[in-house]
Design a protein around this ligand. Structure first.
Ligand code: SF4
Length: 321
């Protein structure tokens, strides 16, 4: 795959360091915590007081709930490298797709409420273990809590790039708060059609919110850039999970990405869908099967036709190319 620019590992500085040193990071924390009082952290706009530990759709009150943190070797090569991506899995979710492949984490919760010092310690532990980045998984509903922990992590010596691994159901307020802090945005653009987003996630405003959020992310960090070792250092990595029966709107999504973000956008078209969560022989039966080869081929054709030219090396699209 082509890369358009490279960053020397010795020259690399994570985005948040400058804001930490200038004091701006502290001001962002104050603004972010303010959003929790009448919660508009994500596009659900539940308006509950999470500072008082109330919660709504995302079932998360004052503190982030962490399911696990560990070096993850299942991510894209440019993130996992040779020591793994330093993943922090947040419990619960603001989008709640019925077919979620991590249903036990996103719908059933589990894990522990984690105060800022403990969250910062997790980041530092992952750095000590040699991970190449800190990868926040399902962070949309805990942006203020992540920001609150970050100055503590930076003071403790955190120097890894931050990966924001999101469904793209993010508010523009949250993305603005993360400007100059996140190094790598990794949105998974899930549905093109509002009716599908309503049916499978009870979020008819998802497609519009995702389009706005992804454009804002791209405006901040631009196309994905690697260092000399092939590790992602800054930019946008777009994921898309191909769904049975075309319910995701793959062709429309890929065309939009190529048109609005450009053909150099780094894209991982994912084929690992399998029936999970609430999907069964009784409910959501139309997606109670894996993808077919024909559906793969349709995604291949859509990617080629859209002009996208930076497909992830492990993408099935590449394998079939
Ligand atoms: S972050 Fe949670 S409580 Fe806040 S608006 Fe989103 S779903 Fe609702």
């Amino acid at each position: 795959m082509a890369t358009r620019a490279r960053v020397s590992p010795k020259e690399f500085q994570p985005a948040y360091l400058r804001l930490y040193e200038s004091g701006e990071l502290g001001r962002r924390v104050e603004r972010a915590l303010g959003l929790l009082e009448d919660c508009t952290v994500c596009p659900r706009d539940c308006r509950v007081n999470r500072l008082a530990d109330r919660f709504a759709v995302c079932k998360t009150g004052r503190y982030a709930v962490v399911s696990s943190h560990f070096p993850h070797f299942g991510e894209e090569d440019c993130l996992r490298g040779w020591n793994g991506s330093g993943t922090i899995f947040f419990s619960w979710c603001n989008l709640r797709c019925v077919f979620c492949q991590n249903y036990d984490i996103s719908w059933e919760g589990g894990g522990r409420a984690t105060k800022p010092a403990e969250l910062a310690a997790m980041m530092l532990t992952l750095q000590e273990r040699g991970c190449h980045n800190i990868n926040f998984v399902t962070p949309e509903h805990v942006v203020p809590q992540i920001l609150e922990a970050l100055p503590l992590a930076a003071a403790g010596g955190l120097r890894l790039p931050l990966v924001y691994n999101t469904s793209a159901y993010d508010s523009l307020d949250s993305i603005e708060l993360l400007d100059g802090i996140v190094d790598i945005y990794m949105p998974d653009f899930k549905f093109w059609d509002a009716a599908m987003a309503r049916h499978y996630s009870k979020a008819p405003n998802y497609p519009e919110a995702a389009r706005h959020a992804i454009k804002a992310m791209h405006a901040q960090v631009g196309p994905l850039v690697f260092d000399e070792n092939g590790l992602a250092r800054r930019g946008l990595l777009l994921r898309h999970l191909v769904m049975p029966g075309g319910i995701a709107g793959t062709r429309e999504i890929l065309e939009w990405v190529a048109r609005e973000l450009g053909p150099d956008t780094y894209v991982n078209v994912m084929a690992q869908y399998y029936p999970a969560g609430k999907v069964s022989a009784k409910e959501y039966v139309e997606i109670n099967r894996p993808l077919t080869a024909r559906e793969y081929e349709g995604a291949v054709a859509a990617a080629r036709a859209s002009g996208l030219r930076r497909l992830d090396a492990r993408s099935p699209l590449r394998a079939l190319a």
